[in-house]
Design a protein around this ligand. Structure first.
Ligand code: ATP
Length: 453
């Protein structure tokens, strides 16, 4: 299937039909850009996050984990520059009353004529751009009084900087080392959209890597290639992934260099993850505002310095969307159309489905016993309802890489067929070896069978 036939509409519809993602509060007409993750969406996003932890933490010995609070001391956002500078340029249309991001006009639909872009028709009457702060404000305590205003964090990074001192003391780490966390962030985006690509509530996977000042550039390069390779190892097609360095005018106030890992979505090349060299901006700011020393002191040489920081910052929801888009495929089996998610087996929500060929002749009993054993090791599903072809296709649609079929021969010789989602090969395997076989296949390198465009 040429890649252009994957559309956002097809992904949205599959996600709803198969219980990955639902519009939030649908029975009340929905709420803009909020989504609820259904059963398979939870499993898929958990697998994305587990693979991130695996690469960032388990396979390294220089990164430690954190889970910091969503509501932090409000001075955090003064020090980080978010109160003053975390803004997007907002314009109002006096005609249709919609609001747009001034730098997104060419991709925003006009309120009166959605086939045109905002500002494109003679009726459009846009105001001058003004700054709009993206942080959600709320209050703590029972009384709304001065000093009770707090913010839902717009990024997880600041929680890491606030804990830098704790980590130097307890973790026995010294630069170069990193602190990683996954958690929800909140941004009052002016023009959210494109499904879970841009929402007002989303999960970030961020890591702050602290290094000696002279080593920042080298580590920036290191993390850029590490992060690109992570997506490739998880099967994203190489021609749909690229690195793009920010131009001087795009750089955030804290950054001396940022490169994005970008994916070719149906809406074009878009950021999946930013890898920034933040210098010593954050630690210096928090030291200034807290009065605490946030620096590293080498106990042998007595040298002290404020570490520089390299930050790979990814979005779990956006990564999940990219994996879904990259996996979505349509083909034909024996004259019947099939939709299949060719997900990397490590990401697939369900690893193996167990299906008795018929619902009689003691096949369901044996299938249930096989299922009980496999679910000890893998996320598995048992399904005995309907024609076998229909059951295979149901699993193909949620990306299950393998299906075990129990047939009359299974009762005689204790073998089953193991069907592969992508090659459709059916191998006869002894039941006693099934777990091991699936484990081996799960750990094997995998690349997408979808052709590069
Ligand atoms: P964008 O330019 O798309 O608004 P950003 O450069 O502001 O993103 P960062 O602050 O670098 O984003 O956040 C790191 C990552 O968090 C992004 O690469 C993206 O994957 C994710 N992310 C940021 N904002 C959102 C959002 N509103 N919805 C979903 N994911 C988001």
């Amino acid at each position: 299937m040429p890649h252009d036939s994957v559309t956002m509409e097809k992904i949205v519809s599959l996600c709803k039909r198969r219980g990955f993602v639902f519009q939030s509060s649908e029975i009340y007409g929905g709420i803009g850009s909020s989504y609820d993750y259904g059963h398979y969406g939870v499993l898929l996003k958990n697998n994305v996050k587990a693979q991130w932890w695996r690469a960032m933490l388990q396979e390294r010995d220089d990164v430690v984990a954190l889970d910091s609070a969503i509501i932090q001391h409000p001075t955090t956002w003064l020090a980080s520059g978010h109160l003053a500078g975390f803004t997007d340029p907002l314009v109002d249309c006096r005609t249709c009353k919609l609001r747009f991001r001034a730098d997104h006009l060419e991709v925003s639909a006009c309120g009166r004529r959605p086939s045109k872009h905002a500002g494109e028709t003679d009726d459009c009457d846009l105001t001058e751009a003004r700054d709009f702060n993206l942080m959600f404000e709320t209050t703590v305590g029972p009384v709304k009084e001065e000093g009770s205003t707090v913010y839902l964090r717009p990024e997880t990074a600041q929680g890491i900087f606030l804990n830098f001192k704790n980590y130097l003391q307890f973790s026995r780490k010294k630069p170069p080392f990193g602190i990683a966390q996954i958690g929800k962030s909140f941004r009052n985006e002016i023009t959210p959209g494109n499904f879970i690509f841009r929402t007002r509530e989303f999960e970030q996977m961020e890591m702050e890597f602290f290094v000696a000042p002279g080593e920042a550039e080298r580590w920036h390069e290191h993390w850029l290639s590490e992060r690109r390779d992570w997506y490739l190892r998880l099967g994203v097609r190489a021609d749909h992934l690229r690195l793009r360095a920010h131009g001087a005018e795009e750089l955030s106030h804290y950054s001396s260099a940022t490169s994005d890992v970008e994916y070719l979505f149906p809406i074009g090349w878009q950021e999946l993850e930013g890898v920034a060299n933040r210098g010593d901006f954050d630690l210096t700011q928090h030291a200034k505002h807290s009065g605490q020393r946030l620096e590293y002191v080498d106990s042998a040489s007595g040298d002290r310095y404020v570490p520089h920081v390299i930050e790979p910052a990814a979005g779990a929801d956006r990564a999940m969307l990219a994996f879904l888009v990259d996996a979505y495929d349509e083909d034909e089996i024996e004259g019947e159309a099939r939709t299949v998610l060719r997900l990397h087996p490590l990401l697939a929500p369900v690893k193996v489905a167990v299906l008795p060929l018929v619902r009689k002749d003691r096949q369901p009993e044996l299938a249930r016993a096989v299922y009980a054993e496999l679910r000890e090791r893998f996320q598995a599903e048992y399904d005995e309802g309907g024609a076998i072809g229909r059951r295979y296709r149901r699993q193909d649609e949620i990306g299950t890489p393998w299906a075990v079929t129990i047939d009359h021969r299974s009762l005689e010789d204790h073998t089953v067929t193991l069907r592969d989602r992508d090659s459709l090969a059916q191998d006869r395997i002894p039941i006693a070896r099934l777990g091991e076989e699936i484990e081996t296949r799960l750990r094997a390198p995998w690349s997408s069978p979808k052709p590069d465009d």
